[in-house]
Ligand binder design. Sequence first.
Ligand code: AHG
Ligand code: MN
Ligand code: MN
Ligand code: MN
Length: 333
Amino acid sequence: MTTLTLSRYLQQKLDLPGVTPELCELIRQTGDACHRISDAIAKGALAGVLGQAGSENVQGEEQKKLDIITNDLMIAATLGGGCVAGLASEEMDEILPVPDGMKEGRYLMLFDPLDGSSNIDVNISVGTIFSILERPDGQGPVTEQDFLQPGNQQVAAGYVVYGPSTLLVLTLGDGADGFTLDREQGVFYLTAPNLQVPKDTKEFAINMSNMRHWELNMQRYVRELLEGITGVREKDFNMRWVASMVADVHRIMTRGGIFMYPYDLKDPSKPGKLRLMYEANPMSFIMEQAGGASTTGRQRILDVTPTSLHQRVPVVMGSANEVERVTGYHLET
Ligand code: AHG
Ligand code: MN
Ligand code: MN
Ligand code: MN
């Protein structure tokens, strides 16, 4: 049985409403960028790509050299490639419209070029996340407002996890499918079609060191997980926390679980750590397409109306029955 390549897979998806040759080409371009990112990460110290860049991003985070290198690789592969009208990234303060004289397209792409970058210097899996929207009708240069569409407007989303192997998980709104990169050939092969997240789980992912900052309901929910069968839950739980959202969520896409980066009172101006437009929205789209669920703890993430490009949102995503249980703990509206 010959394994389907990403290119052949995309050709087959052209029959789907909303899937266009331009969208397929943009995903192919993004796959090429992620192949280059995978090679840069694999070289690590030998390529001099580790360590701090000595700059800060709009989030006030210390940028790693690879944050910038991966950002540049995503731009080089897509800007002016005829598929996008503009780009937005965790690592860029403003949107990046296609410059005059370069070929424009109908899509907007938002991305986190290197997710989990605090892990890169200690050789733990990291990832890339991307979200694709249609540009709203209108003339003239694309604006930030054009990007501020709710997650339910995404036409495609994907992540790549750079782990023992390099895996791409992609949705075009017709399920979620996994591909493995053959590094020598530079080809992604379909290796995990139609991913399905188990509805129940015994595994949770959260950074426990923030416990005292969570809302009381969240503290109660997690305490019940820790009590396991000795408390109100009918089973014992296991815990995992990689601190790369892509790695934690990919584990859940593969064997179930619940991932939480909840609202915390550590900094009331930041309702959570994760960014809506290029972390929570694309990962939520993929998770729902695989039968999982994703909320802020109060509402479906894909229904959140964005107000700013780098806004943060609390995230509770994974096995649907467990997400529903947590969301129920926020008894108020
Ligand atoms: P990024 O590296 O793109 O800034 O994202 C890091 C995020 C996410 O990947 C992960 O789940 C979370 O930060 C981990 O946060 P803590 O370090 O607070 O656990
Ligand atoms: Mn970052
Ligand atoms: Mn990230
Ligand atoms: Mn990042």
